[in-house]
Structures are given as C-alpha cells and as structure tokens.
Design a protein around this ligand. Sequence first.
Ligand code: SF4
Length: 172
Amino acid sequence: MLESQKPKIYQEGKERFPAWWIILENLGYLLNWGLGFVLLMPFKYNGMPIVSWIYLIILVIIQVLLKKHNCASCYYYNKWCHLGWGKLSAIFFKQDSGNPDLGIKLCISYILQLPVILVAALIAGFVYGFTILNVSLLVVFVLLNLLQGVVLRKKGCEVCKVRFICKGSAAK
Ligand code: SF4
C-alpha cells in the first residue's frame, strides 16, 4: 500500500473478518460457480460437457490472476479479508508483485458472469429443451448473483478498511 493512501483508510473498518463471514461468502461463490458449471452442461461434445469445463478452466485462471493482480497489492494482503483471499494470495504471491490496473480489469469477470451464463443457459434450453431442474437452477443462479452483486457486496465494502480507496468498492 502506498503511503499516500494511508490517511484514506476507513478507520472503523474491520481489520479482520470473522470466520463465519469468510466461510459463508466462499460457499456462496462456490455455489455460484457450481451452478454456472451445471447450467452449461447441456453443451456436450462426445458426451463430455466441454463448455462447462472450458468455463471452469477460464474461471480458475482468472481467479489465480486476481489473487496476484488484485489481492497482492490490497490492504488485506496476508490478512483475513471478507473472503480470506488476502491470506490465500500471500501463500502464492509476493506482496505488490501484481499489476493492480490489470487486476481491476479482471474484476469485470464478476459482472459478465451473470449475463453470459444466463444467455448460454437460455440458448441451451431452446436447443436441447428446458427441464424443470434446469429452469429452477437458472432462477437460483440469477437470484444468487443479484444477492451477491447488489446486496452482499455493498455490505462487505461498507465495513472494509479500503472502501474509500479500492476502485471496485461499492461503498465509496
Ligand atoms: S472495498 Fe469492497 S471490493 Fe474493495 S477490497 Fe474492500 S470489500 Fe473488496
């Protein structure tokens, strides 16, 4: 963190988030990504859900890059942030070893996930047929994304130490 940023730290923010918060948020993301994987499964090649696997590989690559280019230069590097990813980043990457400008660009993946999977799942439904299970999972996926993107993200940012500094903050 740059010296010039320190005065803007939100003093009342949490220095360390509780374990229940970190676990619940991570479970929410795992559920979100898992639903994305399942919703893409109708696209198959030789019986293999090839699009789901491509989605998973891209997701893992982007998440690894985010740990380097976002988390390694965050105030919460090597700390228990609301996702615990500051600690995760410290295991694999040196502090300030990433490119924060690239990191913020990669965050667009969080915004794109909902429309891309939604459109793909609808196309899969029209091509391969809608099932009650797939429609139900799609509804859960949309609601979960809205809950995470609109409600929970703001809640986390409101008690974050870098809410006034972070380019991705929903509570400036
Ligand atoms: S302000 Fe929000 S997006 Fe930025 S590091 Fe804190 S919780 Fe994450």
